[in-house]
Write a protein that binds this ligand. Structure first.
Ligand SMILES: Cc1cc2nc3c(=O)[nH]c(=O)nc-3n(C[C@H](O)[C@H](O)[C@H](O)COP(=O)(O)OP(=O)(O)OC[C@H]3O[C@@H](n4cnc5c(N)ncnc54)[C@H](O)[C@@H]3O)c2cc1C
Length: 255
């Protein structure tokens, strides 16, 4: 066990996803998105989560940041990126094939229970499945309070104060620690990775745990029936006046 006091540890969940700048390509058999030979990166909301954790450490609110990913062996690349952004160490819970959100939450829960962090930060959703579930399920498994879609996180010795983006504005929650927080876009702008930090990351430790060793049920509960490309949108029409809009709308209704 590390010498870092457990009460100053922050765990961040990071997921490897298809890079946000790459156009997704559906497999010919409609079974999912083809990831072969395409650039994979850290889920953008997780970069925000990691930036928040590293900032809290820089402010003296934490002493250790641990990045956890649940995925295939190549997800180690995303952990290395997390280490280059400022995480102190990484944990890969290795599994084939990709797990559903509840199984990911269970895998993270079984690792996190031993780490006893003061805070877990996750992205509000992953941009590949858009599920918006893992943080909530993890908080439920841990039995901790949760604050979702955070745009501000402040820590004190025994609680976190979190501003959450909600439908009718912003809500401020005060949670006893430990707690789970998920991040929204407004929380921060993640730092870019410098070459020296990339080099330093190579000597930071990554532990690998097989999901089969965790004694959790990760069997799939969902079946993907079909994945389709979105319908091709027809070209729009530019108009100058309200009368023209009315004319176009009338024509569309008739057509
Ligand atoms: C900043 C922001 C941006 C967003 N952007 C988008 C977007 O781009 N696209 C998008 O689709 N959504 C978006 N959303 C989400 C959307 O606006 C709603 O927040 C979301 O659809 C409601 O989910 P919820 O988690 O608030 O669920 P809740 O309000 O908790 O409701 C979830 C479900 O729980 C059940 N439930 C809740 N209360 C009761 C009750 N009293 N009795 C019985 N059943 C109940 C219902 O089945 C309900 O559907 C955004 C939200 C925010 C805050």
């Amino acid at each position: 066990m590390s010498e870092v006091p457990v009460q100053s540890r922050i765990v961040v969940l990071v997921k490897q996803v298809l890079d946000a700048n790459v156009r997704p390509r559906v497999r010919p058999d409609g079974s999912g998105v083809d990831l072969a030979n395409l650039k994979l990166s850290m889920n953008p909301f997780d970069e925000i989560a990691l930036e928040a954790a590293v900032k809290l450490k820089e402010q003296g609110e934490a002493q250790e940041v641990i990045a956890i990913t649940v995925g295939r062996g190549k997800a180690q690349d995303t952990l290395r990126a997390a280490l280059a952004m400022g995480a102190d160490r990484g944990i890969l819970v290795e599994c084939e094939p990709e797990l559903e959100p509840l199984a990911v939450a269970k895998a993270a829960w079984s690792v996190i229970t031993d780490l006893e962090p003061v805070l877990v930060i996750a992205g509000k959703q992953a941009i590949d499945d858009d599920c918006h579930q893992t943080g909530q399920m993890l908080a439920a498994l841990l039995g901790w309070g949760q604050a979702l879609c955070a745009s501000r996180i402040a820590l004190s010795h025994d609680h976190a104060e979190v501003d959450c983006e909600v439908d009718n504005g912003r809500e401020t929650l005060r949670l006893p620690l430990p707690a789970v927080v998920t991040t929204d876009l407004r929380l921060n702008t993640p730092r870019s990775i410098s070459l020296p930090n990339l080099m330093k990351a190579k000597s930071k430790p990554i532990d690998i745990v097989a999901s089969s060793a965790l004694e959790i049920d990760v069997r799939p509960r969902l079946k993907i029936v079909e994945v389709r490309e979105p319908r091709v949108r027809s070209a729009g029409v530019k108009v100058e006046t309200a009368a023209e809009i009315a004319k176009v709308l009338k024509e569309l209704t008739v057509a």
